[in-house]
Design a protein. Structure first.
Length: 179
């Protein structure tokens, strides 16, 4: 999967067989519990300057953040908080945290996205011929039109078709004499 975006990368049937189940998977999500959300917001509050508020207003604000961010993925929340610390000068709003939550892609989801990309856009090796040459018995069971198509497409050699046609005519001749 690492070669998915390389120029000229091609994937064999066995590669595709491994990639298809990954593309159909759903990335697991572990929701952050209330304690994790409180700790994350507390870390941001301790690390970043914010508008000065009373203790009561601070608790209400924390409860509002916990309520708004409830159910978010724990790893995504950690990612969003790291980005807030690096990118913002002031304590973030809920919307700023949510924007960063949306930007998070888990390693599992990344693998799923790459697999889907390969299935949608990846070059595939030409399928190897899995069946052998057409047997005389198979040709005998074919209609004249199918035989012509097989000849035109190169699946039935002219010599084989001529030999079988001659055998069939020879087999018909005694029947016609008896009639």
């Amino acid at each position: 999967m690492a070669r998915a975006t390389e120029d000229g990368a091609t994937f064999s049937a066995s590669d595709i067989a491994v990639i298809e189940p990954i593309a159909k998977a759903v990335a697991p999500s572990k929701p952050a519990d209330e304690r994790t959300i409180r700790q994350s917001i507390g870390t941001l509050a301790a690390s970043m300057p914010a508008q000065s508020t009373s203790e009561v207003a601070g608790r209400l604000k924390l409860n509002a953040y916990v309520s708004a961010l409830g159910g978010c993925d724990a790893a995504a929340l950690a990612y969003a908080c790291r980005r807030c610390l690096k990118e913002l000068d002031w304590f973030p709003t809920v919307r700023q945290i949510e924007e960063r939550l949306k930007a998070y892609v888990s390693p599992e989801q990344h693998a799923i996205n790459v697999a889907r990309y390969i299935l949608r856009n990846g070059k595939r090796e030409a399928a190897e011929e899995t069946c052998g040459p057409v047997t005389d018995e198979q040709v005998r069971r074919m209609s004249t039109e199918i035989r012509r198509m097989g000849l035109r497409l190169g699946h039935i050699p002219q010599e084989q078709l001529d030999r079988i046609t001659a055998e069939e005519r020879a087999a018909e001749a005694p029947e016609q004499r008896a009639a």
